[in-house]
Ligand binder design. Structure first.
Ligand code: MN
Length: 485
């Protein structure tokens, strides 16, 4: 028997592109020295009050608009009460009950393996991140820098049917957040965390009838895309096996966690004793009016998203659909590309250098855009040198390797390596005649119809100039000079 998986996600992403935290004036930069980016309100000192960060609300509303959610007339926060050392207040400020959340409803359309897929949004809400705890043997350390960092949580219905679809969905969402300037969405910095719920059902039964749905198991706090993929695949297999063996009742409604070391999900708590968070409206924050005018303003401020940039590359710059797709995959690459054009490079050459050479090298050296010293100006300068014929495109490849991570400019490298291409035609005419004088027999052969001796003669020019002669000009000149003899 075959099973259909139904997968839902709660995706948390830190809003990294604000200066300060969501309810305090502490810097939104928890990579600093631990416990230095903290204000009394983040530590829940008595008598302190939260002040809502307008920029964070704006970014959250921008996401809500992009995703086609419904924005509330008045937005507010609720307390989710629970005790944990990384939550000094004893509650998290979040948005649970409608119409509190910044976004309700809406859809996300994305592609997986070339096929279009759509998932429905339950809600999008703004909340605060908790502090970060680290356990070393018997010692536990807490860094409150992360406490109060704005967090955007997107909750979707279980419309995903495979691990691949879940990963494609997450990649699509991260791309939106990055392009919209909402978040760096860097999984390596722990900015993205997901709760994944998985259930299976008989493939032949009607999936619209809730009676046919299987028991839902939740996996908490998966913090990488690879982790999401592995956790889902593991859980589908575990549940399918139990069903196969007639032990399906052992699948209980529970919360599990993904364990990287054992590559398996591990039981945390059963949902029967689900926590009651005793939500209530935060009394210290007034309801915030979301006016039509403000929403219009935010709409105008939405930067060009990935698909818009892709269309522009194809229509305005004549880039192929294939290359345009590669260029927009990472925002940093797309930004680099556009900046290179601004610095005067031909859009098609810039695209070729970036998609083949730049990305090829990054892959080979296993480094990222953050690790290179190459700037758009340098790449544009190098492309211009090739266009002018100062260096050949083959020499360009040599220069490129050097300027990628050395911090040197293309001019410096060309000078250092003595790569300057000889394009001065007078100079080449002189050398061509020297070559002909030294090889008089080739002239006779040429006159008798053996025109391929030109290849040999051009080779001699290249030899004399140590490969610096512009090969196109050398060939043309030799052709002209041998005809004159
Ligand atoms: Mn949450």
């Amino acid at each position: 028997m075959k099973y259909k998986a139904m997968i839902g996600l709660e995706m948390h992403c830190e809003i990294s592109e604000t200066n300060t935290k969501v309810f305090s004036s502490a810097a939104n930069n928890y990579s600093d020295t631990p416990n230095t980016s903290v204000r009394p309100v983040d530590m829940a000192f008595p008598g302190t009050l939260p002040v809502v960060n307008k920029e964070a609300v704006k970014k959250a509303l921008m996401a809500s608009i992009i995703l086609g959610c419904k924005q509330p007339e008045y937005m507010y926060f609720e307390r989710k009460n629970y005790y944990y050392p990384d939550l000094p207040k004893g509650f998290q400020l979040t948005q649970e009950t409608p119409p509190a959340p910044v976004g309700l409803g809406g859809k996300v359309e994305f592609e997986c393996d070339g096929k279009k897929k759509e998932v429905r949004i339950f809600n999008l809400h703004l909340e605060e991140d908790a502090a970060k705890s680290e356990h070393e043997g018997r010692i536990s350390k807490i860094d409150y820098n992360r406490a109060g960092v704005p967090l955007l949580e997107l909750v979707i219905y279980p419309d995903l049917n495979s691990a691949d679809e879940a990963v494609a969905f997450l990649e699509h969402m991260l791309q939106i957040y990055r392009y919209a300037g909402i978040s760096e969405a860097d999984t390596r910095k722990g900015q993205v965390r997901c709760d994944v719920n998985v259930s299976i059902m008989d493939e032949n039964l009607d999936s619209n009838n809730p009676k046919n749905w299987g028991t839902k198991v939740e996996i908490k706090n998966v913090n990488s895309l690879g982790g999401v993929r592995d956790a889902i695949n593991y859980e589908i297999e575990r549940q399918s096996e139990l069903k196969e063996q007639g032990r399906y009742e052992e699948v209980e409604q529970e919360t599990r966690r993904w364990d990287e070391d054992t590559m398996s999900t591990i039981h945390m708590r059963s949902k029967v004793d689900a926590i009651d968070y005793k939500y209530f409206v935060e009394p210290n924050i007034p309801k915030i009016k979301i006016s039509k005018e403000w929403l219009e303003e935010i709409k105008k401020d939405i930067p060009k998203l990935a698909h818009e940039r892709k269309e522009e590359y194809i229509n305005k710059y004549g880039i192929s659909n294939y290359d345009a797709t590669i260029l927009i995959k990472e925002k940093k690459v797309a930004d680099f590309y556009e900046e290179t054009i601004k610095k005067g490079a031909d859009p098609k050459s810039a695209s070729n250098w970036i998609t083949t050479n730049l990305l090829g090298h990054l892959g080979k050296l296993e480094i990222t855009m953050d690790d290179i010293t190459l700037t758009p100006t340098m790449l544009a300068d190098m492309i211009k040198m090739i266009e002018k014929g100062d260096i050949s495109s083959k020499q360009g490849k040599e220069v490129f390797q050097d300027i990628l991570t050395s911090g040197k400019t293309p001019e410096e490298v060309v000078k250092e390596k003595g790569l300057k291409q000889m394009s001065d035609s007078k100079e080449i005419v002189k050398i061509a005649n020297e070559v002909l004088d030294e090889n008089p027999n080739t002239i006779d052969q040429y006159k008798k119809g053996r025109t391929n001796v030109v290849d040999f003669l051009v080779g001699q020019i290249m030899k004399k100039t140590k490969g610096q002669a512009n090969p196109t000009i050398a060939r043309q000149t030799m052709q002209e000079e041998i005809e004159k003899r």
